[in-house]
Design a protein around this ligand. Structure first.
Ligand SMILES: Cc1ncc(C[n+]2csc(CCOP(=O)(O)OP(=O)(O)O)c2C)c(N)n1
Length: 376
């Protein structure tokens, strides 16, 4: 039996599901009765800062891709195109708020003060986990798709029980919404009115699976079914994401229960540096989304405001170059761990199976003699 795959990509074409937008593609400012009241604090300098933030994220991402191509990193999941979503969310949160993310939110990690060495360690293979989650108020990247949505709900329940301030945010992609973990997290959050924000960066693909195959309705329709209110926002519009994230965070902080925010965006690069996106999407689609580039859009807006855009761009480029240099320099701090350490933090008490594996590995290593490239 053959089935028809729906063609829709639920993008920005209008209709009742049109995402909230403040900046049009050409940089023109729309009136948004929902979002405008949350943007009154933004003067030209604040807009220039947002532009610089996005430029920095793009630079660290480009640099990390280059490092991977030069053999310095094993893998990298590019965030290019998703800068507005990550900056918009980040700039709406309080330092106490706690984030649970997947592997693509390296921009959020950067803004949480994760150091370049901490960020690169996992991708270089010198650490099993990158940083102290409590110091950064951000768990280390989750690779098991959607698992962090459950962790976030549990964390949010715990903070409420302990009477702590701060909301919990679960960040994930469109593909994660197809997982059972996500459905369980939604139900639990709704039933117990948990102070959690579900933040979905819908970048249109779960590796090669387009959104039209994953869901025949916008993803933001799903939480409504369990009683979680939603916002759907243009994820390439940094002002809209910032305002919508603030709105959601305020509501959750005030005891309003969970919320779901879908940021409709696009991954301009490959899924990871091991992926070849030309096998599953065409140039025309890419061009369409390049025109919606979040950085260009804010630049155009600044131009329309009569801001000194050349100067703003130059300052942003300076910060971006510093960040990229810091990233490359961090490689020097990353030394291979002692191999035996991978057995150390798995279980609290020693387990015979693990001890056997550790001894087998030690025997294998000893039988191989000095490692390749080492002076004998
Ligand atoms: C439970 C589980 N199933 C499958 C995979 C393999 N996998 C890795 S990334 C990915 C796609 C995730 O897509 P999405 O949630 O949209 O996030 P994005 O990578 O687009 O940011 C899949 C299926 C996995 N890591 N975990």
């Amino acid at each position: 039996m053959s089935t028809t795959i729906p063609e829709t990509d639920h993008d920005l074409v209008g209709g009742p599901d049109q995402p909230l937008q403040v900046l049009a593609e050409d940089g023109t400012r729309h009136r948004s009765p929902t979002l405008d009241p949350l943007l009154t604090d933004l003067d030209q300098d604040a807009l220039a800062d947002l532009l610089a933030d996005m430029t920095v994220l793009r630079a660290i991402d480009d640099e990390a891709v280059a490092l991977q191509r030069q053999g310095e990193l094993g893998l990298w999941p590019p965030l290019k195109g998703q800068e507005a979503a990550q900056i918009g969310l980040s700039r709406a949160l309080d330092p106490d708020d706690f984030l649970f993310t997947s592997y693509r939110e390296n921009g959020l990690a950067w803004l949480r003060g994760v150091t370049p060495a901490e960020m690169l360690a996992v991708w270089r293979g010198t650490a099993l986990s990158g940083w102290d989650p409590f110091a950064r108020r951000m768990a280390t990247p989750q690779v098991v798709i959607a698992a962090q949505t459950l962790h976030a709900v549990g964390h949010a329940m715990a903070t409420r029980t302990r009477g702590e301030d701060g909301i919990t945010v679960a960040c994930f992609g469109d593909g994660a919404t197809s997982q059972g973990d996500f459905a369980e997290a939604l139900v639990f959050a709704a039933s117990f009115q948990v102070p959690v924000l579900f933040f979905c960066q819908n970048n249109q693909y779960a590796i090669s699976e387009p959104i039209g195959v994953q869901s025949i309705v916008p993803l933001s329709h799903r939480p409504v079914g369990v009683g979680i209110p939603v916002l759907r926002v243009d994820g390439n519009d940094v002002l809209a994401v910032r305002a919508a994230s603030r709105l959601a965070a305020q509501r959750i902080r005030a005891g309003g229960g969970p919320m779901f925010l879908e940021a409709v965006t696009y991954r301009l690069g490959p899924h990871t540096t091991s992926d070849d996106p030309t096998r599953y999407r065409d140039e025309a689609e890419l061009d369409r989304w390049r025109r919606r580039d979040p950085i260009l859009r804010l630049e155009r807006h600044l131009e329309q405001l009569g801001a000194p855009v050349e100067q703003v761009r130059a300052r942003a480029a300076e910060r971006a170059a510093e960040a990229a240099t810091a990233l490359r320099a961090a490689l020097a701090e990353l030394t291979p761990p002692d191999v035996e350490s991978m057995f150390r933090h798995v279980l609290e008490t020693e387990h015979p199976g693990l001890v056997r594996q550790r001894d087998q590995l030690a025997a294998l290593e000893a039988s191989l003699g000095p490692a390749l490239g080492e002076d004998s």
